[in-house]
Design a protein around this ligand. Sequence first.
Ligand SMILES: O=C(CO)[C@H](O)[C@H](O)COP(=O)(O)O
Length: 233
Amino acid sequence: MADQTALKKLAGYRAAEFVEDGMVVGIGSGSTIAFVVEALGKRVAEEGLKIKGVPTSDKTRRTAAKLGIPMHNVDDVDHIDITIDGADQIDENFAAIKGGGAALLWEKIVAVNSRRNIWVVDDTKIAPHLTHYLPVEVIPYGAEQLFKRLKQKGYEPTWRLDQNGNPVRTDSANFLFDLHFDKMPDPFKLGRELTSMVGVVEHGLFLNIVDQVVVGRDDETIAVFDSHPQPLI
Ligand SMILES: O=C(CO)[C@H](O)[C@H](O)COP(=O)(O)O
């Protein structure tokens, strides 16, 4: 039985094989994507793979650049061929929650500007319905008021804090709330509601975005699922 890190590595290396010479590649964030970055760095060094990377976080930008992957700002490329990212949870309809690593805003911007999106996960992240907490990025000005409004709606928000107990700041210098649900409402309705709330910058529901999901399974096999037409599980 493989541990979760081994599965992330297996799946990450498999996903890196989707990248072809000459592509502009959106590069996600998180511990699974660290293996994709490692694999791409090796391909650049060993095969002479030529790509342009577009990061979804400052951390990814730094790590990828150190491994020799040329990195570009999202506004400096004319298109993005493929984006490879992780997810916190994916449901049977290919809806996902992202943002556990605080990078959801840039991740969504890169994803919606990509021709193809691939998510890489280990199989603990696949569930029939979304049950993970939902990250929401908010503007600091008026954040306490917004927190109260979310609480009144029964969405049980908590502030995302760092190890010193200070509010986490995203790469865009915003705050993060994590919403907790006994039962997740309809994700499309909830996403629209959150987007309409003044002060909310973005939420971690990624709906109708993914094209393929690469799953590292407990028996150490890798499965690749196309997002349509069949359900994921
Ligand atoms: O959305 C994300 C960061 O904002 C990550 O993709 C998500 O949190 C998964 O991370 P990991 O691969 O470390 O489990």
